[in-house]
Design a protein around this ligand. Structure first.
Ligand code: SF4
Length: 139
């Protein structure tokens, strides 16, 4: 099961800090997490790497993401009705704009920033953005 947007973004935030040489303990302190959670997030980042770990718009503050405690499946569903439920959660999300901007630059499935993949594709075409592939690596 793919991690939900907020989890993936947080995982890559942790990975960026790790790339900067921070220890698990320092990352945990910075992100207000336990070292065990940091360990899990780094494993997710390794499994679902995106170029965002190195470049591109960063996902700013996952601690405030409205989907933090939501069901992952809702955001990854192909079902329009279920997607609409996810979009309703996005509608109240304080980081919606940043999330959408982040998602526009990568080939991501599901609902991000209140938009389905098809909706993001329309914006990408309009703005001339070529989304970069996200490679899933076997665990
Ligand atoms: S905009 Fe939607 S997908 Fe993005 S972090 Fe907020 S709730 Fe999650």
């Amino acid at each position: 099961m793919a991690p939900k947007p907020a989890t993936l973004a947080k995982a890559h935030r942790a990975a960026r800090l790790a790339d900067l040489g921070r220890t698990h303990h320092e990352i945990a302190t910075t992100l207000h997490l336990t070292p065990k959670t940091v360990e899990n997030l780094l494993a997710i980042a390794r499994r679902y790497p995106t170029p965002a770990a190195v470049q591109g718009p960063a996902f700013p503050d996952t601690s405030r993401a409205a989907c933090r405690d939501a069901d992952t499946e809702m955001f990854m569903s192909d079902h329009r009705v279920i997607q609409n439920d996810a979009k309703k959660i996005c509608a109240s999300c304080p980081v919606l704009d940043a999330c959408l901007e982040y998602a526009l630059h990568w080939q991501l499935d599901g609902v991000w920033g209140g938009h389905s993949r098809a909706q993001r594709r329309a914006i990408q075409e309009e703005r001339g953005i070529v989304p970069q592939p996200v490679h899933r690596v076997a665990a």
